[in-house]
Design a protein around this ligand. Structure first.
Ligand code: HEM
Length: 495
């Protein structure tokens, strides 16, 4: 189909595309060349290789993940240069990779002072977001509002809602089946929860209508940014336009409903005022300003994307580790049965207090995210020349911090390859060593939300089933999120 589409394009169009690609490559190359050159005089750069022009070491970087060992790229170079800081070029950018807890602390505490968040070009093109339509200051203000919608006090009321979605999800997707593919179901679960909590959308057909473009969007975000018909990047841009249009329509309708409810003193018939969309529409900043429709759409889109593959990857790997480690499964089951037993007569849904009791289960989830972190790290950009660890980091260069540089480091975690949830008991890991959600001002705003949906999922799965992996040696691919190559098929044993 895609090949057909390409062939049917007129030669003129093809030539035009070709020229566009050449020009954009040349622009990137030129800009980076300036970046590289401006620093030739600077001989205090970290050790490391910049690889081929433009491509740099991107292929090595991406391939180590696709082979299932994303940490290899980093550990190989740390060993080779005997340094926790090294330079490279990835995704078209001169980059300094900084490893270890000290580096994490440095980056996270210098946000907007020495560094700022940076995303690859592909991400910016798929989200022509408020960062571009409104001023930087405004975007920063909006980012500050985000945690308000997702802090524990705000999320408490959603626990029952999540549990009700989980119960329906297990009834329709798992019960009565001998065998299921976990990754696809985990994605369906987290997406259903998001549709309900953010937008009050529960109708399964409506959820499915949004889920399809969402998958396209998620798989195109970190792709080669070539915008030609049929490329994943192109599909992602189209999907993002479609979803934004849907969201704007939902937002407009909601505004009318909220206005009507405010005008009449009656409470609205729906429970819409409970979801995150209504909270965003009603929220005001310090000057009493409401967020614009476009801003709200972008924020919701950002949340849907941020939570789409990350939480479902975490859930998938929890299921995988519990299959491999029956003694851990048993302790999780004991904890969850105890919680179920203590619930009052007629109390059908989990609540906030129940979640607080799931300490062991959360330690297990944390240990899973230590060994199989959903995100491998993220980028920052140097705002000025500065010195870190004795090396000069030039203005405009990118910095990459990696979750694995501490999660798999024996100095941070004794016997790092060993699965041991008790690491999280007592005082837990040293500061800045356990960072699956990042840290500092840009730390994942969805952390608490993710904790809730993960624990609700664990509660529902262990109470219904035990399970075995159908492919015990299924390969793991990290591209860019970790995922079992065949989606983790398991055999179910109802309890
Ligand atoms: C287990 C699940 C999750 C993990 C491991 C995870 C991890 C992360 C990490 C590492 C970052 C980047 C932090 C940085 O650059 O320093 C991030 C950013 C973000 N996450 Fe999550 N996340 C998860 C779930 C979620 C969920 C459920 C949501 C939404 C409800 C979400 C929304 C976001 C958003 C919007 C950002 C961007 C924040 C910004 O640019 O300032 N995440 N996440």
């Amino acid at each position: 189909m895609e090949v057909f589409f390409l062939c049917s394009l007129s030669p003129l169009l093809l030539i035009t595309f070709f020229i566009i690609i050449c020009v954009s490559l040349a622009t990137i190359f030129n800009r980076n060349n300036k970046l590289y050159k401006s620093n030739n005089s600077n001989n205090n750069l970290p050790p490391g290789k910049m690889g081929l022009p433009y491509i740099g070491e991107s292929l090595e970087f991406l391939n180590s993940g696709r082979k299932g060992f994303p940490e290899k790229f980093i550990y190989d170079r740390m060993a080779k240069y005997s340094s926790q800081v090294f330079k490279t070029a990835i995704l078209g950018e001169p980059t300094v990779v900084v490893c270890g807890a000290i580096a994490n602390k440095f980056l996270f505490s210098n946000e907007n002072k020495l560094v700022q968040a940076w995303w690859p070009d592909s991400v910016n093109k798929i989200f022509p977001s408020s960062t571009q339509t409104s001023s930087k200051e405004e975007a920063k203000k909006m980012r500050k509002l985000l945690p308000n919608f997702l802090k524990p006090e705000a999320l408490m009321r959603y626990v029952g809602m999540m549990d009700s979605i989980a119960q329906k999800h297990f009834e329709s997707g798992w019960e009565g089946k001998q065998q299921v593919t976990v990754f696809a179901l985990a994605k369906r679960f987290t997406f259903s929860v998001a549709c309900k909590v953010f937008l009050s959308i529960e109708d399964s057909q409506h959820v499915a209508k949004l889920a399809v473009p969402f998958d396209a969007l998620a798989s195109g975000i970190i792709s080669v940014p070539i915008d030609l018909p049929g490329t994943p990047f192109n599909r992602a841009i189209k999907a993002s336009k479609f979803i934004r249009k849907e969201l704007i329509a939902i937002i407009k309708q909601r505004k009318t409903e909220l206005a009507a409810a405010a005008a009449s003193s009656t409470t609205p018939a729906h429970h819409h005022h409970q979801d995150i969309l209504s909270h965003m529409l009603l929220a005001t900043d310090e000057n009493g300003q409401h967020m614009s429709e476009l801003d709200v759409a972008d924020k919701i889109l950002g949340l849907l994307i941020g939570g789409h593959d990350t939480a479902s990857a975490a859930i998938t790997f929890i299921v995988k580790y519990l299959a491999e480690l029956p003694h851990i499964y048993k302790q999780v089951l004991n904890e969850q049965m105890e919680i179920a037993k203590r619930k009052g007569e007629g109390e059908k849904l989990l609540n906030w207090e129940d979640i607080q009791k799931m300490k062991y289960s959360w330690n297990v989830a944390c240990e899973v995210m230590r060994l199989a972190p959903p995100l491998q790290g993220s980028f920052r950009e140097a705002l000025n020349d500065f010195v870190f660890s004795g090396f000069t980091i030039p203005k405009g260069w990118k910095l990459y911090w990696s979750v694995n540089s501490t999660h798999r480091n024996p100095e941070c975690f004794v016997e790092p390859e060993k699965f041991d949830p008790t690491r999280f008991q007592g005082r837990g890991p040293a500061p800045y060593t356990y960072v699956p959600f990042g840290g500092g001002p840009r730390m994942c705003p969805g952390k608490e939300y993710a904790r809730l949906e993960i624990l609700v999922f664990i509660h529902n799965i262990v109470r219904r089933f035990s399970w075995l992996q159908i492919l015990p040696h299924e390969k793991i691919i990290v591209d860019p999120l970790p995922m079992p190559a065949h989606g983790l098929p398991v055999r179910l044993f109802p309890r």
